[in-house]
Write a protein that binds this ligand. Structure first.
Ligand SMILES: CC(C)(COP(=O)(O)OP(=O)(O)OC[C@H]1O[C@@H](n2cnc3c(N)ncnc32)[C@H](O)[C@@H]1OP(=O)(O)O)[C@@H](O)C(=O)NCCC(=O)NCCS
Length: 133
């Protein structure tokens, strides 16, 4: 795991699908994936000898609202701090590009409270995530 490099680039559709499939997340139509990736504010890929093994991105308006999305590391590469490096990189981007009072958020399962707390995120029980059915 020593040669994992972080690269700021948009992943290919195939890479994105490969990563999502590896962790069991659903796959939307390819044309939607393409448009979604292209509209991302910021993308960061983790690579092992050119092969994608992790990813994270920011979506939002690029100035006042930033949502962290799709933080994922392939199962065989998990628990080697790759997710931590991806989040550190994303928070560096935030430091440079966000402003005081900007909304910076993410949605995560409760098991990851500890993981995200390290980067300054706190779960707020008064704010609920409403998902359209
Ligand atoms: C969550 C995820 C990105 C973490 O990546 P990773 O490279 O395995 O994480 P790291 O090795 O950097 O772990 C950092 C810390 O988080 C903890 N952690 C990592 N994954 C965890 C999990 N699934 N549940 C609880 N704690 C977890 C680690 O134990 C570690 O703690 P430590 O610093 O006390 O040792 C990765 O497990 C993953 O892709 N999971 C599936 C997709 C997912 O749920 N993504 C998050 C979407 S919000």
């Amino acid at each position: 795991m020593k040669n994992i490099l972080l690269k700021q680039r948009t992943p290919s559709i195939a890479e994105y699908i490969q990563l999502r499939t590896s962790i069991g997340w659903k796959i939307l139509p390819e044309d939607k994936i393409k448009a979604g990736l292209e509209h991302s504010t910021y993308c960061i890929c983790a690579e092992d000898n050119g092969k994608i093994v992790g990813f994270g991105r920011i979506v939002g308006d690029g100035a006042t609202v930033f949502y962290i999305q799709d933080i994922m590391v392939m199962p065989s590469y998990q628990k080697h701090k790759i997710g931590t490096r991806i989040m550190e990189n994303i928070m560096e981007y935030m430091k440079e590009h966000s402003t005081q009072g900007a909304i910076i958020g993410l949605i995560a399962i409760s098991e990851l409270d500890g993981f995200y707390q390290k980067f300054g995120f706190a779960y707020n029980e008064h704010n609920r995530f409403y998902r359209y059915n």
